[in-house]
Every structure is written in C-alpha cells, then in structure tokens.
Design a protein around this ligand. Structure first.
Ligand code: G3I
Length: 359
C-alpha cells in the first residue's frame, strides 16, 4: 500500500514538474510528449525578436503543411539554397532568379523579412567560376559584378545579406578558397564594400560556424569583424550559424553569444539546429526524455540570446523547419531530430523550450 502511495505521489510530481514547463507527460514513457501551447500562439508573435527559418522552395510550393507552418510561425526567412551562387548565377552571363523571386514574392505576400544567403562562399560554386581563367583584375571584376548584380536585383526586397560565408578554417586560418587564392585576404573587405555600393540600406553580415567550439576559431572571426569595423568597412552584423548538438557544454554557447555581442554589431543566430544523435547511433529514437533535453537546450540558447542588447538582436533563424526536412539526415545519413517541429509539422517540446527561453 505504502509502495502504491509512493508511486502515485511520484507520478503526480512528475506530471507537475512537466506541466510547469508547459508539457504533458504520458504514463507510457515511449509515447510522444506534446507541448500544451494554444494553437493561436506562434513563435513569431511570442518572441521579442524576429524568428526565422531556412526554407526550401520546392517544399514551399508543394507541401501544404510545410507552407502553412512557415506562414504561421516565422517572421524572417532565409533561402536554404535558392540564393546561393550555384542557384542564382549558373553561367557567367546567366542569372536564374526563378526560385529566389518566388521566395521574395511569398515573403511580401505574407509579411516576412528575407535574409539573403549568401554572396561569397567557397561552396555552391558553378563550374564557370572554378574554371575561370583571368588575371587579378578579371577576378576582381567577377567578384564585383557577381555581388552587385545580385544585390541590385533584390534591392529594397532583401533587407540583409550574408556577404561572406565561412571564410575561416576551424584552426582560425583563412580558408584556402578560390576567393583567397585569386584575390588575397582582403577579398572579404572588398565584398562588403561592393555589396554596400549596390544597396546602401541593406544590413551586411559576416556568417560562419563554430563560435561555440572554443576560442581559436571564434577569436579569428571576432578579430576579422573588429578589424573591418575599425577600418570603416560597411559591416552591420555577425552571423553565428550554431549547428550544434545537445551535449555541447552550455557555457560555450553563452560565450559565443556574449562575445559576438561585444563587437557592438547586430547578432544573428543564423542557422540554429540542435542535433540529438551526433554520435550516429543508427537505431536511436527520440525518446520523451531526449526531447525534453532538447527543449532545455533550446531554452538555454534563446535565453542567452534574449539577454544581449535589444538593438543588437537581429533574430534567431533555424536551419530548416521540421525534422522531416533537416539537412542533417541527408548530409550525415543518420536519424536525427534537430528542429522544433516533428516529421508531421507538430510542435515538439523544443518549441516549448524556445518559448521558455524568453519567460
Ligand atoms: O539541386 C541538386 C539536384 O539537381 C541534384 O540532382 C542533386 C544531386 O546531388 O543535388 C542537388 O543539390 C543539392 C542541394 O543541396 C539541393 O538539395 C546539393 O547537392 C547539396 O550539396 C546541397 O546541400 C546544401 C548545402 O548547404 C550545400 O550548399 C544543403 O541543402 C543546405 O542545407 C546547406 O546549408 C549550409 C549553409 O548554406 C551554410 N552553413 C551550413 C549549412 C549546412 O550545411
């Protein structure tokens, strides 16, 4: 009898503890844990800064649940691939605006901000660039024309750009990209100048990953942006991708966010996702306990971000919308559940975690 009473008390206190966090637990531990969030609560209306997602144009056009989630939940959109060089500028004298313009029109109709991603990167390079033959002046002209044609096309429609993406290696040295090889290290500064000339109103970001890994890469990135600022190069913000994992030391996230804010620039957590299976266990499932852990990690990151000065909060963007469309499963060929929506676009505990981060 005593045992029964104890069990009843224990399960009551578990339900209480969970309902305090805004979720209900099912007595069956393998059942999904569903956040109790009123249907008319949305991320975009609940958070004191823009909240965005990287979107896939194919899904936006064809998947009604995907589209409805994007319309309902987010105030800012980044094209997952449609504004990369490979998509926009497939041949030297050919630009293909089809998908990117579709996204811009969609954003206008639905009152969303568009963040442009990305003008200068070592990936998504079409063959005409990797095979390009020319002297320094010809390469400079290529860079300038590429940036200015794209920024001009979207002038007044795309509010901000990742001008240069992932220019550093993890050891803090400049990545040996085609841009570095052909144009030297100051291609970064000149890229910002070219973008600014084309649209003086656009907010210009340096975007990279790994701020949370440790001081080596982070310091290199911070030194770069501080140097650009000091020289009067038109840089407005720092994008921290934050493709992270649930077992990352939390203080690393905090340090990444606070040191980025110390630059005085706007801070964009630009590609957030929290991998739950970073060690590639092919038979792992997202248990209720793991989903709760993920919720706490999302809450931690959002809380740390919410603590930086309001004027520097450009927003948080998750990379993709749901676990069904995350780049991680395809890229690493493993099951994973890094996002706040499940495979059916239902809200996960992570969704509640994001809301908890600003309580
Ligand atoms: O569209 C082609 C298709 O025609 C072709 O048949 C197929 C065969 O491989 O490839 C398709 O393109 C793929 C594209 O995604 C669209 O699905 C590319 O191979 C693939 O490399 C590309 O991956 C993208 C990756 O960036 C490289 O551009 C991912 O979707 C995208 O999520 C990822 O995003 C990056 C950010 O831009 C920068 N930070 C890291 C982040 C994650 O890697």
């Amino acid at each position: 009898m005593k045992k029964l009473l104890l069990l009843a008390m224990l399960s009551c206190s578990m339900v209480l503890a969970c309902s305090k966090r805004g979720v209900t637990t099912d007595p069956n531990p393998t059942a999904p844990v569903v956040p109790v969030v009123p249907d008319n609560t949305t991320l975009q209306n609940s958070l004191p800064f823009p909240f965005g997602a990287a979107v896939n144009i194919g899904l936006l056009k064809t998947n009604t649940a995907y589209r409805a989630t994007v319309v309902k939940e987010y105030s800012s959109l980044t094209a997952e691939n449609a504004m990369k060089t490979g998509s926009l500028h497939p041949q030297q004298n050919t630009y293909d605006w089809t998908d990117a313009d579709y996204l811009v029109d969609f954003a206008k109709q639905n009152n969303k901000r568009i963040h442009g991603h990305t003008l200068v990167w070592y990936k998504s390079l079409p063959a005409w660039i990797t095979n390009f033959q020319g002297d320094a002046a010809a390469w400079e002209n290529l860079l300038k024309t590429h940036i200015q044609t794209i920024v001009t096309h979207f002038k007044g429609k795309v509010a901000s750009w990742d001008v240069v993406n992932e220019a550093f290696e993890d050891d803090g040295t400049l990545r040996n990209s085609i841009w570095l090889q052909k144009l030297g290290p100051d291609y970064i500064a000149r890229s910002f100048q070219y973008a600014h000339e084309a649209d003086p109103d656009a907010l210009l970001f340096y975007n990279d990953y790994g701020h949370e890994y440790g001081p080596t890469k982070r310091t290199a990135i911070l030194n770069l942006v501080n140097n650009l600022k000091t020289r009067g190069i038109p840089i407005n913000g720092i994008g921290m991708q934050m493709h992270t994992r649930y077992n990352m030391t939390e203080s690393n996230w905090l340090t990444a966010i606070t040191t980025a804010a110390q630059t005085g620039l706007k801070v964009h957590i630009s590609e957030l996702d929290i991998a739950m299976n970073p060690d590639d266990n092919q038979s792992l499932t997202l248990t209720p306990a793991l989903a709760q852990t993920q919720a706490q990690k999302y809450a931690y990151i959002v809380k740390a971000y919410n603590a930086i000065p309001k004027t520097q909060q450009f927003g948080i963007t998750t990379w993709n919308v749901s676990d069904a469309d995350t780049w991680i499963t395809g890229n690493y060929n493993r099951p994973d559940w890094p996002l706040p929506f499940d495979n059916n676009y239902n809200r996960k505990p992570a969704y509640q975690g994001i809301l908890d981060g600003v309580k």
